[in-house]
Design a binder for this molecule. Structure first.
Ligand code: ATP
Ligand code: MG
Length: 231
């Protein structure tokens, strides 16, 4: 359903993505792995429309997204959980969730019950300011906010970064629910190998702006494959 073909992306004269191609299907978890600075976030920002590309194509269900602004991609059902979470610190938890209403028709502007079922802590902290939550709670809020937009493709950029193990488990459970129960396409950037190994249907490894390996979760057990990930 999401297809990325031969994408080149530049920051000024510096090329950050070189001929990147991948796809992410409904009901599957697609994982993108790679060391620091290899272009994972650049690729996700290109997919959601926050960063322009020089060459190549990004399409959702066959529609080329090239000239579509991020808000239009959100309306098409692309949800984004950015690296570093980007929770609004002065808004309450409830208000943060309500920012997810933006791409929805008026009649759909409610918070789906499964957001609170997946992350009960959000329900108990609705009146608290986003900036006063712990890192793990903020990550759950960022995922919840993206789910409010009713995505059919959810892009998550390093959701386990700096998060304690118990919350990583909750996030893993949520991602599996989205795949199995909600049937959406999940595109997950990770550096935490075991997390990917457990969840991924499909795995891509990036190095220096390129895809250098494509396979399945179990391939991550292969030392030759892991070489792409060790410093
Ligand atoms: N806004 C920007 N302007 C200029 N260069 C940038 C910009 N954003 C990223 N870069 C550069 O592009 C390259 C890829 O960065 P990117 O953030 O996509 O990597 P990443 O794989 O997400 O890294 P990390 O694992 O640390 O999050 C890096 O060399 C980075 O310095
Ligand atoms: Mg990144």
């Amino acid at each position: 359903m999401l297809t990325v073909s031969n994408v080149d992306l530049y920051y000024g004269a510096a090329q950050a993505l070189r001929g990147v191609s991948l796809s992410a299907k409904k009901g599957e978890i697609t994982c993108v792995l790679g060391r620091n600075g290899v272009g994972k976030t650049s690729l996700m920002r290109a997919i959601v429309g926050q960063q322009g590309i020089r060459r190549g194509e990004i399409a959702l269900d066959g529609t080329n997204l090239k000239s579509e602004a991020p808000y239009r991609r959100a309306r098409r059902g692309i949800g984004f959980v950015p690296q570093g979470r980007e929770v609004f610190p002065l808004l309450t938890v409830k208000e943060n969730l309500q920012t997810g209403f933006a791409p929805l028709k008026r009649a759909d502007r409610n918070i789906p019950e499964h957001v609170y079922e997946l992350f009960p802590v959000l329900k108990s902290m609705l009146g608290r300011r986003g900036g006063d939550l712990s890192g793990g709670q903020q990550q759950q809020l960022a995922i919840g906010r993206a789910l409010v937009t009713r995505p059919n493709l959810l892009v998550l950029d390093e959701p386990t970064e700096g998060i304690q193990p118990s919350i990583i488990k909750d996030i893993g459970r949520a991602i599996r629910f989205l795949k199995e129960e909600a049937g959406i396409a999940v595109l997950l950037v990770e550096q935490y190998l075991d997390f990917c190994r457990e969840l991924a249907d499909k795995v891509y490894i990036m190095d220096r702006g390129q895809i250098v390996f494509e396979g399945v979760g179990a391939d991550l057990d292969d030392p030759e494959v892991r070489k792409h990930l060790t410093v």
